[in-house]
Ligand binder design. Sequence first.
Ligand code: HEM
Length: 399
Amino acid sequence: MEPQAPLSPDVLGWTETIANPFPAYRALRAQSPVRYLRLPAGEITGRKEPLYAWALLRHAQVHAAIRDPATFSSDSSAVLQAHRKFTLLEDDPPYHTRLRRLVSKAFSPQRITSLTEWIDGLSTELLDALGTGPVDLMATYASALPIRVIAALMGVPDSDYPLFKRWSEAVISYAGMPAEERALKFEEMMSYLGREVAARRAQSRSDLLSALVEAEVEGHSLSDSEIVMFAATLLIAGNETTTNLIGNMMALLADRPELWQQARENRALVDPIIEESLRYESPVQRFPRVTVRPVRIGEVEIGAGELVDIFFGAANRDPAVFEDPETFRPERPTNHQHLAFGLGNHYCLGAPLARLEARITLNSFLDRFPTLSRGAQPAVRQQAAQVSLGYKTLPLVLG
Ligand code: HEM
């Protein structure tokens, strides 16, 4: 039984809320923006004071904030003191604008589309290894596919993907790993990527890293450290997120056998199922901003320099935009208004790739398995990364 309102705003900082944030969103949305204890003192190395943040939980507030980078800066690195800055994701205009134009040249829709056949083949390979019967979907499929796609996109050896996986998990596990250990993993990742970029400078190949080395807009190109930082951003932004989309979507379908049968017969349902999964259980639940100047939201005056958490996952269940928001309904007419990929200047660069991976996955499973159901063991949600909603283990039975 889910806890009922009223709840303290500090529930948004609890580890248990990572696994099921929705009761807290329901209870607190009416008070949004609400100030809460994000981190107790000492949680991050070097931070002696507790860290408070404002939570934006309504669709209209989230929508407005992410379209206003002049008020809401994406650079929270100084406030959080948690890691080195992630290129693009944590940059503001005008630097962000220049960089985004350059990387978009290399990370182009054509490059994504050209991967279709390869991803299809990878999905088949993973499914062949799975067979039928009971499986943990996370260990066998959902964790492997996105990371191997990113490795292939960048042009690094497929055999190195377990390293990528370890690094990207470490970087986002704020609640699950000591800061020193996370920093060490981050440095390992940066050295590895540095060597890969240097190799492309020496000899170009037909991969994304080479395209980034060669990208040029109005006489500007990217430095080696910019490419390394962008590659690190891709690893972090494109891996766990897509893994969680696949896991969340398949769990939702395992609980809806009729929908599974309908989708097997009518593949026009595939895209609406993906969009509704993104809305209903958004893989990225929240992301920070820092106010550059004072701003009034509703009744609340927020000063300059304050940490603000944008709750995409709460906005996507706001009854003001989504009727009956707590029900999974792929046919709902408004599901395209979800903010699971953000909006504005930071709109997810990898959204077409994530959708492609989800589409290939869902079609491959629908082709192969007449039934999909839950396994005997209960599924376990991850509780290490506040930013994400996803499964650690997801036992399913493939029919
Ligand atoms: C279901 C999967 C995914 C979800 C839910 C997701 C979600 C998001 C969100 C919410 C943002 C905006 C953050 C903000 O406003 O501060 C974002 C940005 C970004 N995403 Fe994704 N993402 C996904 C997959 C991917 C993939 C596959 C890649 C690339 C391989 C990727 C690369 C990026 C990059 C580079 C940015 C930063 C864009 C910028 O700041 O200009 N994402 N993503």
